[in-house]
Design a protein around this ligand. Structure first.
Ligand code: G4F
Length: 331
């Protein structure tokens, strides 16, 4: 049985990756933070399944600052593959909490690499980068060789993580790589990201619960894909003969207005009747357009995104319209 260890197992990507690996017969060990409020909704269906929990899925308490505990878990579990997905993932919020964003996203990656380097059997290591490393990109679409010009503390922290992972790969011969993921969304996305905020608002408006949706900058273009497909790319990267950083993206640029069109039209609505601009939601700086070139991932690991941004918008609205009305408040 192949053994994987995942940080960020309770997040969107962590939960989909866990399902994927369990389906492939892995033993999956997840690292979870101790907190008085237990928020493991995305993996509840797995931890409630007696055929899976404590048989194929195991959870361990560990804060990523607590490196001695992580070392102990690693020595006990001896994973073959290590997926480091944890971190502060909200770009806008990183302007308000830059230090902790860098601590969890940049420094935690370095600490993990340091612990792994000392192991007798070093597991294969993957972390997730972000299109935010390119920021004010000098070229479009961005490739694995595009210069990093981040525009947010989050993007700077991710740039550090990508670079330190490369340095450990090159300097110490570790199988360590970064999936440079563009925006990837799903029914499990937290509503503080724009896609899910929109789909929940559409559901609430269609149900007659609210009338308006407050958004920040609408003049942005992103490369939006479907998260379950992105964790498949992560897995494929760790099965490759050689470790390398890859762009994981659809290659298609969609404007936020196009996403709004698709989401509202799916419920027979027009966003122009409901969206208001709230200046407080506009970030101090951000990339205007980000689109990745996924051709290297197609060539080396045979990965292709299958869901378009328009299909994604419709999928999220369909799912959110099935939610009980009380879950749709506060959009
Ligand atoms: O959904 P977002 O918050 O995603 P963002 O900032 O692009 O970051 C996501 O994708 C990155 C990959 O490229 C990840 F690394 C990162 O962890 C995260 O998953 O915002 C998308 C766009 C932004 O331009 C933002 O300014 O939507 C704009 N936007 C406009 N109004 C809004 C809102 N974003 C949010 N979250 N909320 C708004 O009301």
């Amino acid at each position: 049985m192949t053994t994987a260890l995942i940080t960020g197992i309770t997040g969107q990507d962590g939960s989909y990756l866990t399902e994927l690996l369990i389906g492939k017969g892995y033993a999956v060990h997840g690292v979870v933070r101790r907190s008085s409020i237990i928020d493991r909704q995305r993996i509840d269906h797995l931890t409630r399944d007696p055929a899976i929990y404590h048989k194929q899925l195991f959870l361990h308490y560990c804060d990523l600052n607590d490196i001695t505990t992580l070392r102990r878990i690693l020595n006990k579990v001896q994973p073959d593959e290590f997926y480091h997905l944890a971190g502060q993932s909200h770009v806008g919020l990183s302007f308000e909490i830059p230090e902790s964003t860098c601590e969890f996203t940049a420094m935690a990656t370095l600490r993990i690499l340091e612990v792994l380097r000392d192991m007798d059997q070093v597991p294969r290591f993957l972390t997730t980068g972000s299109s935010e490393i390119f920021g004010a990109a000098a070229e479009s679409p961005q490739t694995e060789w595009t210069a990093m010009r981040p525009t947010s503390p989050y993007g700077v922290a991710k740039s550090f993580a990508v670079n330190i992972t490369r340095v450990y790969r090159e300097a110490f011969g570790m199988f360590a790589c970064t999936a440079i993921c563009y925006n990837h969304e799903s029914e499990r996305r937290s509503p503080n990201f724009v896609t899910r905020k929109i789909s929940r608002a559409v559901a609430a408006i269609a149900a007659g619960g609210v009338e308006t949706l407050k958004l920040g900058n609408l003049d942005v273009w992103r490369d939006w894909g479907y998260a379950p497909e992105y964790v498949d790319a992560m897995w494929r990267m760790l099965q490759a003969d050689q470790p390398e950083d890859l762009i994981v993206a659809t290659g298609i640029l969609t404007s936020l207005e196009q996403f709004l069109d698709a989401a509202f039209a799916h419920a027979g609505l027009s966003w122009r009747d409901h969206v208001e601009i709230d200046q407080r939601l506009i970030r101090p700086s951000e990339p205007q357009r980000l689109v990745g070139d996924p051709s290297r991932a197609a060539r080396t690991i045979g990965w292709h995104a299958r869901t378009s941004a328009v299909e994604l918008a419709r999928k999220l609205v369909t799912a959110d319209r099935l939610l009980p009305e009380q879950e749709l408040v506060a959009v």
